[in-house]
Design a protein. Sequence first.
Length: 144
Amino acid sequence: MAYSEKVMDHFANPRNVGEMENADGVGEVGNPKCGDIMKMYIKVDDDVITDVSFKTFGCGAAIATSSMATELVKGHTIEEALQLTNKAVMEALDGLPPVKVHCSVLAEQAIKAAVSDYYERKGIDPKDVVGEIPEPIECHFEEN
Ligand code: FES
């Protein structure tokens, strides 16, 4: 299985790693099939994600996609962050092998879950803004 240089770079040197104290929103998602877990923290100021960090207990592709996802939403508005798809994360990483596509879905879900938590803390029903968080897609972990 071949990984792009960008995937290897974000796996070896992940950006924005770690827990965040006093986060405004925290989202945790997991893929029940492979057992990988991704936790995303956001700091929000005036609808802009001013800071973001993550902790991923998972495969290399999950780490690389979380790292890239944080880079893609940092400094952007919540509205822009909610438009981030797993496809956009994969494209930014110059692609992922087909069996690893589900790892990028976790990144999209984690951002949405963190934004949902942000709205919940403000007493706003996140479903109205965030919509449904996509379900985990089939994990091909065993076939790798
Ligand atoms: Fe990468 Fe499932 S998240 S193997």
